[in-house]
Design a protein around this ligand. Structure first.
Ligand SMILES: *Cc1c(COP(=O)(O)O)cnc(C)c1O
Length: 322
């Protein structure tokens, strides 16, 4: 349903030749909208189809990439898509994600507070409806990143390049990190996963990533253990700053490197995570650090055709951007 394309691995010039920073270009994972949610949805849509679903119901912040990706790919697969949205800090990027989602056929419901989400979701669930977990981090969704790690392993085998010492990836709902963890263990690569937490506790906890990874490994029949997975996982919570979607003020060097390399960053996930990867690579020359770039770089203009302007958004949706 979604045709994924293997994404390139590139070396990033940081200005210091001793620093080894690589980037996995998952921004180009799929058309017309890529990023990490496309890999997850490739598995989620197959699963939903097999269950006979005609409608997807999901949840997320008002400007969620996951909700937009679910809408774009779900609608193309012939499914209806509804989402319950909660408040998030206003940025132009977040507002555009919602505008694009609405133009692509999203049925959006505003929940003024996260505590009201279950009530809204219960009202929307019905026959032939599939609930899609926040961020797509269900077991099937996270399996999309076992696929991602398998792709990396195949690329390393084909090129003869040494495995990275670390893969650095954003940690939100955790499915990306959990899937990579399981896939790297399966491939027997000596690579750690450094998950950069960009959501406030209790979200994105180490225990929740490990628990998801273990369930995933069991479901896929991959032999590993809590101990092995735990030994591969580092959770770095030092880049969150004031909160989800709010810059920490420490992204400056990441923005400079990204601009020079032609990578677009977003404030919630990738600016903080690239900053972390750059910092780790710079402190340890020779360490092979692979930054996994999870933000879609597909052009937004085609998705925004016939979208409502911010002023035209229903008041309840506009009020979610605070
Ligand atoms: C959702 C998202 C992430 C986080 O992935 P999780 O699997 O939810 O932890 C990272 N980067 C971007 C751009 C995202 O939209």
């Amino acid at each position: 349903m979604i045709s994924l394309v293997p994404t390139a691995i590139e070396r990033v010039d940081t200005g210091d030749p001793a620093v080894c920073l690589l980037v996995k270009r998952d921004d180009r994972s799929a058309a017309p909208y890529g990023g990490n949610k496309a890999r997850k949805l490739a598995r989620i849509l197959v699963d939903a189809r097999a269950a006979g679903a005609r409608r997807l119901v999901t949840i997320g912040p008002a400007g969620s990439h996951h909700v937009l990706a679910t809408t774009v790919h779900g609608r193309r697969a012939g499914l209806e898509v509804a989402a319950v949205l909660v408040p998030q800090p206003r940025t132009d990027h977040a507002v555009d994600n919602l505008r694009a989602g609405l133009a692509q056929g999203l049925e959006a419901h505003a929940a003024r507070h996260a505590a009201l989400v279950p009530l809204h979701v219960l009202r929307l669930l019905g026959a032939s409806t599939r609930f899609v977990t926040a961020g797509g981090s269900s077991v099937p969704g996270s399996a999309g990143y076992v696929d991602g790690a398998r792709e990396l392993a195949a690329q390393l085998a084909a090129s003869g390049a040494p495995a990275p010492d670390e893969v650095v990836v954003a940690l939100g709902s955790g499915g990306t990190a959990a899937g990579l963890l399981v896939g790297l263990a399966e491939a027997r690569l000596p690579t750690r996963v450094v998950a950069v937490r960009v959501v406030p506790a209790p979200f994105g906890s180490r225990i929740s990533v490990l628990a998801l990874a273990l369930r995933l490994a069991r479901r896929l029949g991959i032999r590993t253990s809590w101990r092995e997975l735990a030994g591969r996982l580092v959770v770095d919570a030092s880049w969150l700053g004031p909160g989800y979607g709010v810059p920490s003020g420490r992204e400056g060097p990441a923005h400079a490197v990204a601009a020079a390399h032609g990578l677009a960053l977003d404030p919630a996930y990738t600016a903080k995570t690239l900053a972390a990867a750059l910092d780790r690579a710079s402190r340890a020359p020779g360490l092979r650090v692979l930054y996994w770039h999870t933000l879609s770089s597909a052009p937004m203009a085609p998705l925004l055709v016939d979208s409502p302007s911010e002023d035209e958004l229903p008041a309840a949706l506009r009020a979610l951007f605070r």
